[in-house]
Write a new protein. Structure first.
Lengths: 115, 117
């Protein structure tokens, strides 16, 4: 099936650990994103990559580092995890950045719990 | 600060009624507008998008855009219990001179809709 997939679906870890979340899309899209959805369900953009290049880097701690090895993949690495990092992280992709090309398709989400 | 505002709800409507979901946005340069539905524990899924002033209909859903008032709405006709979800309004803030913010979707906090049988 064509889709945006993420692994793992659930991630439980201790404070101070380093973890990664992987994202892959087989929709042939040029742009991929990472969003964070907090406990109040507010969905906020973290990063956007277009053709493997960083386009948007919203105000997130530099403990978060995205890596895009190719157009179909955008991974998120988090260093020194903190309690406040607990949230659901969604990967998304779109054909482009503007207009109809910005229709974004979301992955299933990764629920990160930091203990 | 560029913002997208929605009433958090919950908005409760009886089955078969029209549900009206509203959204306002702060940036006049906004170009495109999206409605996403998110069921509890699931990812957002796109329902509709609209770019031009006026109405756009797709089945039971109608999106309405008024750029002068910076207002976008979603009407759901013949509401069904399966429509019960959180509806997220998203705005593409791609505007002239926005630099790195071009293509950035800003989401509202969502309106929780409950359709009672």
């Amino acid at each position: 099936d064509t889709a945006v997939s993420q692994t793992p679906k659930y991630l439980v870890t201790q404070m101070g650990n380093d973890k990664s979340i992987k994202c892959e899309q087989n929709l042939g899209h040029d742009t991929m994103y990472w969003y964070k959805q907090d406990s109040k369900k507010f969905l906020k953009i973290m990063f956007s990559y277009n053709n493997k290049e960083l386009i948007i880097n919203e105000t997130v701690p530099n403990r978060f580092s995205p890596k895009s090895p190719d157009k179909a993949h955008l991974n998120l690495h988090i260093n020194s995890l903190e309690l406040g990092d607990s949230a659901v992280y969604f990967c998304a992709s779109s054909q482009g950045l503007s207009g109809s090309y910005n229709e974004q398709f979301f992955g299933p989400g990764t629920r990160l719990t930091v203990l | 600060q560029k913002e997208v505002e929605q009433n958090s709800g919950p908005l409760s409507v009886p089955e078969g009624a029209i549900a009206s979901l509203n959204c306002t946005y702060s940036d006049r340069g906004s170009q495109s507008f999206f409605w996403y539905r998110q069921y509890s524990g699931k990812s957002p899924e796109l329902i509709m998008f609209i770019y031009s002033n006026g109405d756009k209909e797709d089945g039971r859903f109608t999106a309405q855009l008024n750029k002068a008032s910076q207002y976008v709405s979603l009407l759901i006709r013949d509401s069904q219990p399966s429509d019960s979800a959180t509806y997220l309004c998203a705005v593409n803030l791609r505007g002239i001179g926005d630099g790195g913010s071009q293509g950035n979707l800003i989401f509202g906090k969502g309106t929780k809709l409950s359709v009672k049988p």
